[in-house]
Design a protein around this ligand. Structure first.
Ligand SMILES: NC(=O)c1ccc[n+]([C@@H]2O[C@H](COP(=O)([O-])OP(=O)(O)OC[C@H]3O[C@@H](n4cnc5c(N)ncnc54)[C@H](O)[C@@H]3O)[C@@H](O)[C@H]2O)c1
Length: 249
């Protein structure tokens, strides 16, 4: 097997579930040395056992110091940092009138500010390694959904911040985003609660794509692998949709 990330040191957030877990697993299979981040200690420790050599650090990405700790852990354990894959995300459901101030701030902090916190600490090391950042944004950056105001705004912000980082830190550091459509993870079942018919919303989302089904975390992780690998050495400042064609439906 061609090990596309042999000895690359990689931080993966949101790694204990869904797309982040699939990304961590695929990166590990391609030879990456991992620092995995998540809030659930049981799932994190179990994944660290599964992915030999991976180091799990539990915490909340909306706390600036936790991002610093993830970077410090990569440096202490592996002596460098090559790749940052940011997947932690939250929804903050309810229309603007209903959504609490607390939920607005939490959603923006997790989906947007955490990218700033992580970049602040990681970029000095990524400049040395000619590394890369990959942000898991969403088609919500481009297409709005009812009852997701903080989510849509923060994901659009994540894409804008990605572009700004790419401008500021190229050519040393490549920065890209992926914008998934409806993918079969626990997240989409939570998101369904915001729609008029939650019981059918997930199935409806799959049917609304041109491919007539939900995406899988594994399909997304293959795109993530490509974008952080040397194969994508001339790709930066780009948000790639992987959405079964839903934006074009
Ligand atoms: N599933 C979809 O349809 C879909 C579509 C587009 C984009 N996304 C994005 O993909 C990313 C991954 O989501 P997923 O679908 O794999 O869902 P998921 O629920 O399986 O994973 C989300 C992860 O983020 C973690 N997380 C949430 N808040 C956190 C916090 N404060 N600190 C640390 N970790 C936190 C969760 O614990 C979980 O592990 C998210 O950013 C989400 O917005 C999902």
């Amino acid at each position: 097997m061609d090990l596309k990330l042999k000895d690359k040191v990689c931080i993966v957030t949101g790694a204990t579930s869904g797309m982040g877990k699939s990304i961590a697993t695929l990166f590990h299979a391609h030879g990456a040395k991992l620092v995995i981040s998540g809030r659930n200690k049981e799932r994190g420790n179990s994944l660290a056992k599964e992915l030999a050599g991976a180091v799990f650090v539990s915490g909340d990405v909306s706390e600036p110091q936790y991002n610093a700790l993830l970077v410090k852990t990569a440096m202490q354990h592996f002596g460098k940092l090559d790749i940052v894959s940011l997947n932690a995300g939250t929804l903050g459901l309810g229309n603007v009138v209903e959504l609490s101030m607390e939920d607005w701030h939490k959603t923006v902090d997790v989906n947007l500010s955490a990218i700033f916190y992580m970049s602040k600490h990681a970029i000095p090391h990524l400049e040395k390694s000619n590394g890369t950042i990959l942000i898991n944004a969403s088609i919500a950056a481009y297409k709005s959904f009812p009852n997701h105001p903080a989510y849509c705004a923060s994901k659009a912000g994540a894409v804008a911040l990605m572009k700004q980082l790419a401008v500021e830190y190229g050519p040393k550091v490549r920065v890209n985003a992926i914008c998934p459509g409806p993918v079969d993870t626990p997240f989409i079942w939570d998101s369904a609660k915001a729609f008029a018919h939650p019981e059918s919303a997930v199935e409806d989302a799959g049917k609304a794509t041109l491919m007539k089904r939900l995406g899988t975390p594994e399909e997304v992780s293959k795109l993530a692998l490509f974008l952080v690998s040397e194969d994508a050495a001339w790709i930066t400042g780009t948000a790639m949709t992987i959405d079964g064609g839903i934006l074009n439906a």
